[in-house]
Design a binder for this molecule. Structure first.
Ligand code: ZN
Length: 92
């Protein structure tokens, strides 16, 4: 085996590694997208429907518990209530 050939093999190995990594990233993304598919259609607290608007996407809060594959969605009102609750707890 000449030097050139060895280099070629080395390069091919590197390419394969890169490909594997790309596939891994793809898999991970797919998994995350799968989690996104689990996005509830309504607020997890008050069951208010989630309007599929850009504003709603900005204002509503999504919480993901990866280990339980649980996705919860909270409308701005419930986020306020939760905040008040936490603040109230801190006062008393
Ligand atoms: Zn709500």
């Amino acid at each position: 085996m000449d030097k050139k050939h060895a280099k070629q093999i080395k390069r091919d190995k590197k390419k394969k590694k890169e490909k594997d990594q790309a596939q891994e990233t793809q898999q991970r993304l797919k998994k995350q997208m799968g989690m996104f598919d689990r996005l509830p259609q309504a607020c997890s607290a008050c069951k208010k429907g989630f309007p599929k608007t850009r504003e709603a996407h900005m204002a509503w809060q999504v919480t993901v518990r990866t280990e339980e594959q649980l996705v919860r969605l909270f409308c701005p009102d419930c986020q306020e209530k939760a905040k008040e609750l936490v603040e109230g707890k801190n006062v008393s």
